[in-house]
Design a protein. Sequence first.
Length: 390
Amino acid sequence: MKNKLSDRIININESKSIRVAAIVEKLRAEGKKIISMSIGEPDFPAPLEIKNAVKEALDQNQTRYSLVPGLKNLRNEIAHFLNKQHHFSDKINLTSENIIVSNGSKQSLYNIFQTLLNPGDEVIIPIPYWVTIPESIKLAGGIPVLVKTKNLYLDLDEIKKKITKKTKAIVYNSPNNPSGMVYSQESLIELANLAIEHDFYLISDEAYDALLFDGQKPFSLASVSQEIFERTITVQTFSKTYSMTGFRIGYLAANIELVQAMDKFQGHLTGNNCTFAQYGAIAALKMNQKTIHEMISTFEARRDLAYKLCIEIFSCVKPTGAFYLFPNVEKYYNRHIKNDEQFSEWLLEKAQVATVAGSAFGMPGHIRFSYATSEEDIKNAFGQIKAALR
Ligand SMILES: Cc1ncc(COP(=O)(O)O)c(C=O)c1O
């Protein structure tokens, strides 16, 4: 049959990190002992309080549709959390009307691009980026405009060069997947000034907002002033902070006009997300956060260990957030290994360690390690890599 599939679907790439996960599962099923450092999710179970709240919601028959943007109670709690922990109360004071809950922040981002973009609109993306970003822009008819960073940090001069009359938005992610970098508040405020000057939106993907190390505090650009808030969409998720990836609960905060437009879109796409899972999210925000702080401390200890072992082999900028390392691997290129994808495949075969090639994130020459795995796995993985490279 001719033109069996739409141009839309032909023009997007599959998620490479999801593909690596499928290869790992296949190799393990064949009996191979693979250490996976390719996974983008915490290895902890969801905390008990969250699971109990979902069980209780089921027992109370909370099994029907909820409001499209999410349970009012959940949106109230999210607004309260952002007001308090991300300091929105100082200048903005969010209410439930500023929040829309979706099936993971993956859908929040999809909602945003579908709501904002007309065909040919340009969206600036600093490299490296999370794999889904350019594809969801393309699915909305937009054009991803990739921009270089400096030593993995935002490069405002490079961004300025890419701004055109068609620039509709910039989407950045800090703490960053795949690099673990946290962009400075000063650079983000400078970016906001550019957005005001050239009249475009700021989309701030804060999926790893709580996974900050070395005493850093969460920072949401949208909380800085009413003027910045009006053109900034803040995207967050329960997936990483609360180890709730399977619950599929993400959300965004924005001005009411944008939220209403996205509510209209989501109403036709998915409606609400799983009603009883939303009760788990309420419990996550209300529970004693000690468990979460312990989880973050564990990640920080793993970051220290993984970074120490990593720089014995590769050159790598020290990450200060999320749970990734993103070293440069070019010094190991040779006649047989000519790029990061081949290097990542070679590691899987010779060291039995799964990683994701940097080209998946728009930055060839690197690979991504996720240290959302045990200290034992981290030690073994780098030990095996060292041995294989010898
Ligand atoms: C930067 C970034 N944004 C968003 C997401 C989406 O997460 P979820 O859809 O589980 O909320 C991810 C997941 O890996 C991510 O790394």
